[in-house]
Ligand binder design. Structure first.
Ligand code: NAD
Length: 252
């Protein structure tokens, strides 16, 4: 376990799946956590889980594609908790499969804005706050699709390759100011996003699991533990890295 007592974490996409598990893990490790999502209901559920675990959270409904909304969420964080130590920029959406020729233009804009532009906007507003308390750590959610091309996923892959490289550039730019930035590349993780992707059926799940070298999907808690490691003192020399946590899916 990691000790985050006295630390403040900021998690986007915290109303579901990987973001929810990570917000809860930060809170259980002693951090005060700002949970950000576009879904009020998702936020309420996550806040209740954190409260039940005896943790401390601040819920802020915000759309991560809107710079002003991210800035306001961070200002509320400073008002409530006084500082910012760790950020997990994780909100994202899936892309229905389509070839480059068939990919709908509005959908492409949406995937690039939610998955990629949001990460730029978050880092833009987070880094100055972290510099005020001598540094911090940022993890941006990329994907296996952020290191490996996947047929019919050009928009999603482009967004996630973008997250990978933006994280590396930010790491270089702030390496000498004690800000670490890493990309995290999960494989198939059992969340509502994957349930939508598989059509929510047992057959869909079985089809996905059959392609997994380890014979199962990852759990959101396994990704959460990786984020806590990357943001911790124990991860102090890891920056500019794209960490793949995928049960060997991209190994072969
Ligand atoms: P999820 O759908 O369960 O959760 C995503 C959350 O992001 C939701 O609560 C949603 O409301 C929120 N969100 C969406 N658009 C938003 C916006 N504009 N502003 C604020 N919040 C918004 O998905 P998940 O599986 O937990 O995915 C989390 C991240 O992990 C995503 O970036 C996803 O691309 C990435 N990822 C997931 C998997 C997987 O297998 N589940 C694999 C690789 C990467």
């Amino acid at each position: 376990t990691f000790d985050y007592s006295g630390k403040v974490a900021f998690v986007t996409g915290a109303g579901s799946g990987i973001g929810r598990a990570t917000a809860l893990a930060f809170a259980e490790a002693g951090a005060s956590v700002t949970i950000v999502d576009i879904s009020e209901q998702g936020l309420a559920e996550t806040a209740a889980l954190i409260a039940a675990a005896g943790g401390k959270s601040l819920s802020v409904r915000a759309d991560v594609t809107k710079s002003a909304e991210i800035k306001a969420a961070l200002e509320k964080t400073i008002i409530s908790f006084g500082r910012l130590d760790a950020a997990f920029n994780n909100a994202g959406i899936e892309q229905p499969g389509a070839s480059i020729v068939d990919l709908d233009e509005d959908l492409l804009d949406r995937v690039l804005n939610v998955n990629l532009k949001s990460v730029f906007l978050c880092m833009k507003h987070q880094i100055p706050l972290m510099l005020k308390n001598g540094g911090g750590a940022i993890v941006n959610t990329s994907s296996g699709a952020g290191v490996m091309a996947i047929r019919n996923q050009s928009g999603y892959c482009a967004s996630k390759f973008g997250v990978t490289v933006a994280s590396k550039v930010a790491a270089l730019e702030y390496a000498d100011q004690n800000i670490r930035v890493n990309a995290l590349c999960p494989g198939i993780i059992d969340t509502p996003m994957i349930a939508r992707y598989t059509g929510g059926t047992e057959e869909g799940r079985a089809r996905i699991i059959k392609q997994e070298p380890v014979g199962r999907m990852g759990k959101p808690e396994e990704i959460a533990a990786t984020v806590l490691f990357l943001c911790s003192e124990q991860g102090s020399f890891i920056t500019g890295h794209a960490l793949v946590a995928d049960g060997a899916q991209t190994a072969g």
